[in-house]
Design a protein around this ligand. Structure first.
Ligand code: IPE
Ligand code: IPE
Ligand code: MG
Length: 247
């Protein structure tokens, strides 16, 4: 599969910092190196869409100083990486709420989105102030407005339409990777992951590199995705209706 959508919950920066006896933000700083490495590697590994969970809407609960550092890093990443992203054919799009992101970080993100909008080698989606439940509510609200305005009939609301309203038709997630050992989804792409394969590793995000992603993809390729059907090599099912002569 060479047009995969991979989602990554980049977790474990704080724990990494603790192992180094450094403050938490140093873990976030080190995590940016992993982002750089993974974004470079992704197209070579057959990934067409990469969604990185950078800041969840629940991360606002963290101390203001840590939140400030995270948005500073976002701003720096966008500003410093823009030229290379552009050169490597990466298109950057932010997903999530925009109304609460600090202005300076939002400006850099928007500049990067604009500069890279013509690229198509890798669709890099950065989930920032992101909550999947909030996105589903927003998409539902958008469709409800269209019904109110009379441009959409309630009966026309289908899974396809909701998918479009949610993510503009980005393909569903094939593989979800979460680093640092936690085995949960933390409000990430709930709708888009209906049939995603889940891969959990204890590697902390700042230690996660191309070789780790390659390992995750090798594991993914060994899995059999059935989407509710039968394995491709399954024997034909026995006849449901018993042979009349045998009864
Ligand atoms: C992930 O690392 C980065 C963000 C959530 C922004 P954490 O900061 O959650 O690291 P741990 O889970 O405390 O180790
Ligand atoms: C999920 O990690 C969010 C990001 C990686 C941005 P958290 O560390 O915030 O998630 P929980 O609290 O362990 O579920
Ligand atoms: Mg965490």
């Amino acid at each position: 599969m060479s047009n995969m959508h991979v989602g990554i919950i980049m977790d474990g920066n704080g724990r990494w910092a603790r192992t180094q006896r450094k403050p938490r933000w140093r873990g976030h700083l080190a995590g940016v190196e992993s982002v750089r490495d993974i974004v470079r590697a992704a197209p070579d590994l057959g990934i067409a869409t990469l969604t990185l969970y950078a800041f969840s809407s629940d991360n606002w609960k963290r101390p203001q100083a840590e939140v400030g550092r995270l948005f500073w890093l976002l701003r720096e990443y966008c500003a410093r990486e823009r030229a290379e992203l552009l050169e490597n054919g990466v298109r950057v799009t932010g997903i999530g709420r925009r109304d609460r992101i600090p202005r300076s970080a939002l400006n850099e993100l928007e500049r990067t989105e604009c500069a890279t909008s013509g690229n198509d080698r890798l669709n890099l989606r950065l989930a920032i102030d992101y909550s999947s439940q909030w996105e589903i509510a927003r998409a539902s609200r958008d469709l409800a407005h269209r019904v109110e305005q009379g441009t959409l009939a309630a009966e026309e609301i289908s899974t396809d339409l909701l998918t479009k309203a949610l993510s503009g038709g980005v393909p569903p997630v094939d593989l979800l990777v979460r680093t640092a050992g936690e085995q949960r989804i933390s409000d990430f792409m709930l709708w888009e992951m209906a049939y995603a394969e889940l891969y959990f590793t204890t590697v902390l995000w700042p230690d996660f590199r191309r070789a780790d992603l390659t390992r995750a993809l090798a594991d993914f390729r060994r899995r059999e995705r059935r989407f509710g059907g039968l394995p491709a090599h399954a024997a034909p099912p026995p006849a449901l209706v018993p042979d009349a002569r045998a009864v």
